[in-house]
Design a protein around this ligand. Structure first.
Ligand code: CLF
Ligand code: SF4
Length: 471
């Protein structure tokens, strides 16, 4: 299969590769090429997390402080069909809030039912805190929902850690507080995940990394998830500001830094497969992961259209043809990047590695100008291979910087531990300023495949020939 997959993905059984190959969250290779749509159909929630302000979207999958346009199940299905016709690379429908998908079972499953019937090529995906997961696994099987995300922040059975994260849960018509609440939540999460695994549903677990609360405990969470058979673990740095109005924000708990996230990934990644390309999407996100085209697809565009005309607009066979082309392109890209991706211990023959930042607008290519970048992909590279680490967002792109102050300073601060920035184009002034800060901006790989270029640039930096010798 041509999947631009990581080494860990290529060794998977064929049925699992089939499930993940065009899912942008479950396959790192797929996220350069395939898009997802979220519909904000599930407003209620059945627990309280201290990093969440319920005026906004569920922080278990979203950046805090964003609010989505809520839809009915029928409007949601119409939106999916409309967007599916416009964005043929859209391969997944996810329900991720704005509350909890399974605290709103009628709305969630009615949406899935309609979409399964009218857009049969889409993968169906949902995200939940897990409290009601055991109740609905059979329903998920019925609608062929085979990707489920469960947010699990602790596996501490005493409830001690959990009670600092969850003040209460609402379960069996009662509000339950304190350690008991966390213990019930954990039991339900573990039971639900096991049931999913037994039914062939691929589980991704999200853990919100909260320094001072569960950072020392994340490796234990990862270990337990692996024992249960969870497919992928996503460690999401908490984003916490007083203005978000969350308990943690008001209590002065700070956002986790890129370096804290990297340290947690290092501690967990020994055995467990980690997701490192998550962008903490909105509950109504549309497009490639990292881009958000939600604002283009407002209700007025599709709500009055009939399902018949939407079926024509969706055009299943045109979508299939477009996705075949994507697979052809991925196959060419795979050949270019062949032998480049490695596990951490195989990156370098000397032990020396560097971090390389990349600007991309998608397609797995270095195809974005430095001035318009709002996030950088960061790779670790040695002389033998490369691996993806994570993305880093900047508040403002260089070209939209404020008059007066230097908009480059926050970007330099973000990239301070990187050595090279690979970009499609950069002006002389920012290039000089980056250089003064010890960062080499290199345009020589513009419009080339990212991964092969990262290795070439790193080898050049190590004073070696760009091409890796074939053994
Ligand atoms: Fe959406 Fe989540 Fe499904 Fe993906 S998002 S419900 S698994 S289709 Fe993906 Fe977005 Fe990260 Fe979620 S990048 S927040 S992991
Ligand atoms: Fe907020 Fe999501 Fe937690 Fe519910 S599960 S309180 S919506 S973060």
């Amino acid at each position: 299969m041509s999947c631009s997959t990581s080494p860990a993905e290529t060794g998977l059984p064929a049925d699992i590769q089939e499930k993940i190959h065009n899912h942008p969250c479950y396959s790192e290779g797929a996220h350069h090429h395939y898009a997802r749509i979220h519909v904000a159909v599930a407003p209620a929630c059945n627990i309280q997390c201290n990093y969440c302000n319920r005026k906004y979207d569920c922080s278990n999958e979203s950046r805090p402080g964003v609010t989505s346009e809520r839809l009915t199940p029928e409007e949601s299905a119409k939106k999916v069909m409309f967007v599916g016709g416009e964005v043929q690379r859209m391969s997944v429908l996810g329900i991720a809030g704005p509350g909890d998908a399974l605290a709103n079972p009628e709305r969630t499953f009615e949406t899935f039912r309609l979409v399964r019937e009218k857009a049969p090529d889409l993968k169906l995906c949902l995200s939940t805190n897990g409290l009601e997961l055991p109740t609905f696994v059979d329903e998920m099987v019925k609608y062929d929902i085979d990707h489920v995300t469960v947010t699990i922040n602790t596996v501490d059975t005493t409830g001690e850690i959990g009670s600092k994260i969850y003040p209460w849960i609402f379960y069996e018509n009662k509000r339950i507080y304190g350690k008991k609440a966390s213990q019930i939540l954990l039991e339900r999460q573990l039971e639900g995940m096991k049931k999913c695994v037994d039914n062939g549903i691929l589980i991704k677990a999200n853990s919100v990394l909260i320094p001072g609360i569960n950072d020392h405990h994340i490796a234990e969470v990862s270990k337990r998830l692996k024992e249960i058979g969870v497919f992928l673990h996503n460690i999401m740095p908490i984003i916490s500001e007083p203005e978000h109005g969350t308990r943690f924000g008001l209590d002065g708990i700070k956002s986790a830094t890129d370096q804290e996230q990297m340290a947690a990934q290092e501690a967990c990644g020994v055995d467990m497969k980690l997701m490192q390309h998550c962008r903490q999407c909105r509950a109504d996100a549309v497009g490639l992961i990292g881009e958000d085209r939600g604002a283009e697809f407002t209700k007025d565009k599709f709500a009055e259209m009939s399902f018949d005309s939407l079926e024509d607009h969706y055009d299943l066979s045109a979508r299939q043809a477009a996705q075949s082309k994507i697979e052809e392109f991925r196959s060419v890209l795979d050949q270019a990047n062949e032998r480049v991706r490695k596990e951490k211990e195989e990156l370098s023959s000397t032990g020396e590695t560097i971090l390389v930042a990349v600007t991309t607008a998608g397609e797995g290519m270095i195809n974005q100008h430095f001035g318009s970048v709002k996030e950088f992909l960061v790779y670790e590279a040695g002389d033998q291979g490369i691996r993806f680490i994570h993305h880093r967002k900047v508040e403002q792109e260089y070209c939209a910087g404020p008059d007066g102050g230097n908009p480059l300073d926050p970007i330099i601060e973000k990239l301070k531990d990187c050595k090279i920035v690979l970009t499609a184009k950069i002006g002389g002034c920012p290039q000089d300023d980056l250089s003064a800060a010890g960062l080499i901006a290199d345009m020589s790989y513009a419009y080339q495949p990212i991964e092969a270029s990262v290795l070439k640039a790193a080898r050049k930096q190590f004073g070696l020939s760009e091409e890796l010798e074939v053994n």
